[in-house]
Design a protein around this ligand. Sequence first.
Ligand code: 0O2
Length: 201
Amino acid sequence: MEETAEKELSIYGEHLPMLVRIIEDMEKRIDLLRESMKQQRGMDPVEHCLSRIKSEESMREKCVRKGLAQTPESALFEIHDAIGFRIVCAFVSDVYMIRDYLAEAEDLEIVEEKDYIRNAKPNGYRSYHMILKTQTGYYLEIQLRTISMDTWAALEHHLKYKKTVSGNEQLIVRELKRCADELASTDVSMQTIRDMIFEEA
Ligand code: 0O2
């Protein structure tokens, strides 16, 4: 396919290079925080950080689901997760520390926050979600979570697309919720251990 034809087909229109630049800037910002925390506390608050531009197919599907035209305007300004970051931390306190760090950034506006850690979804899903807006008018979705929360979400996402044959869906939903609650309880214990170690240091 001709390069120009490919560009015309993208739901992000001419905005793709800008989205890439925003991702690079945010990655640098997170790296700076990690470096400064490593120097201050001798510990990296981030286990790993992933970023993505929502795939063409997912974005088009989301536009259709929300009754929006499949245009760059819908993809970038009506829908707010064209750019997504997932920041995975070892401890719950690090999740909230990074949340506060992003909230203090003068060039980013918080458009929406959902605390699914204090208010877990009925299925057990936990994470802290932020929608941020850049000064250039683009949006980013940031998902902050612990390793345990990330493990659970990955497994649950995987199972969501598997068809069960034995009519045991309710049991699976209940068991998943139980695992989510057990992992949350482990997160609390790990946080307590961490706090004891830091108090002694
Ligand atoms: P992807 O591929 O991860 O981006 P909306 O964003 O409007 O469709 P809503 O309810 O406003 O929906 O968004 P919410 O609750 O902030 O969640 C958006 C994202 O959080 C999802 O993105 C998932 O990544 C994650 N998420 C939310 N709930 C669950 C859950 O129950 N299980 C798992 N595994 N992940 C969840 P997308 O768009 O689904 O896909």
